[in-house]
Design a protein around this ligand. Sequence first.
Ligand SMILES: [Zn+2]
Length: 236
Amino acid sequence: MEALYQKDCYLKESQATVVSVKDDKFIVLDQNLFYPNSGGQPHDTGLLIKDDQEFPVVYTGRFGGVISHEVAMPGLVKGDRVKAVIDWDRRYLFMKYHTACHILSAIIHNETGAQISGNQLGEEKTRVDFSLENFDREQIQSYEAKVNGIIDKGLPVSIEILPRDVAFQIPSVVKLKDAFPPDIEEIRVITISGVDRQACGGTHVANTGEIPHIEIFKAENKGKNNRRVYFRFRDD
Ligand SMILES: [Zn+2]
């Protein structure tokens, strides 16, 4: 079962064969174009098309290592050949938000040494959580211009799928070694040239210049050492 989005985040369509159907609506395919809800990045939506019949995909998730597509209409059966098409506007928005999230996280970490504890992408806004004793609104606000400066530089973003032992020679990746079960043989590493290098399964743009300028519009104090910062894209 191949995950096409892992190698090419810009792939919008693919052919696939239905491997199984459960309850008339949970579809497993032999090739996976749709990103499953995970790692703070929401799932793709789109269509599975059989001949001239369109089956809207309303949810994509990973269950027991298998990616399942929930369709809004019954009718697909095992062995059907389908064309899979993702809602590109939604996917591309999350690619831009996800890469912006890596840039902001790198800046927070570099400036303060804080560990990033989580992130959640949304259609309207995205948040990054980090742990830091100090809570300084002005300092947090200053990250906005720094992120936008990196966006303006138009830096390349690359995806590598590396053998585990090679990936763990990268200092920023080995720090999270414990997060990877021992049976994972390959690790996907996202590099924003000169800014950030980390293991990540999400979808990303190929160049920071594709990302709109961000606006940090809220910073929250979530109790002892827990900080949360929200950003969204500006219209300019
Ligand atoms: Zn990521």
